[in-house]
Design a protein around this ligand. Structure first.
Ligand code: AMP
Length: 193
């Protein structure tokens, strides 16, 4: 594996959409979304899915030890692949960030890109998106957990010299270009043919 780039930002900031576009546009880039992994697990009725489903419905966080195992397993599966992983939805807590640092040591954690969109705009976007967990209560709970649990990771990455900030508002194509430029500063990107 050619390192991990964390894509940080509030729920509804466009991380999943933009990471999917980056994976399509560039060779050797793999989008790994913990939310997607949990939704897939829930849809196929695995033990992990059964455990996560009720938690996700309320907007709460799946326990750190469970999530760290899920991510460690996925990164190990990609280890020999030579891809750069765009990690979306993890880490979400300081304990997860420490675990990620351990999994990627000594030099696999390339950086974190923060997609900045304010609370009002992400709330509107999530209401329009209408995913199963995008109820008024679910949205409020997830945004609250973002502020208390995940926002401190912005400093965690900044203190390690790993943080880049991107304006996540405006046309999706403009956001894509900003994100690709920021990620391209961390790892060489090759257009796919
Ligand atoms: P997301 O698609 O990233 O918004 O994730 C959807 C839901 O999956 C979250 O609201 C959490 O319940 C759960 N989840 C995803 N990633 C994590 C994580 N790293 N830690 C804890 N829970 C997570």
């Amino acid at each position: 594996m050619n390192g991990v780039v964390v894509v940080l930002g509030r729920q509804g900031a466009g991380k999943g959409t933009q990471c999917g576009l980056l994976q399509d546009r560039y060779d050797g880039v793999a989008h790994v979304s913990t939310g997607d992994m949990l939704r897939d697990a829930a849809a196929s009725g695995t033990p992990l899915g059964a455990h996560a489903e009720a938690i996700m419905a309320t907007g709460d966080l799946v326990p750190d030890d469970v999530m760290c195992d899920v991510v460690a397993e996925r990164l190990a599966a990609l280890d020999r692949s030579g891809v750069t992983v765009l990690l979306d939805g993890f880490p979400r807590t300081p304990a997860q960030a420490e675990a990620l640092a351990g999994m990627t040591a000594p030099d696999g954690l390339l950086g974190a890109v923060l997609l900045e969109v304010d609370v009002r705009e992400v709330s509107e976007r999530m209401q329009a998106r209408g995913r199963g967990d995008d109820t008024a209560e679910g949205i409020a709970r997830r945004l609250e957990l973002y502020e208390t649990q995940t926002a401190p990771l912005v400093d965690w990455f900044a203190e390690r010299g790993l943080l880049r900030r991107i304006n996540g508002t405006g046309e999706p194509a403009e956001v894509f270009d900003r994100l690709a430029t920021a990620i391209g500063g961390l790892v060489p990107l090759r257009l796919s043919r």
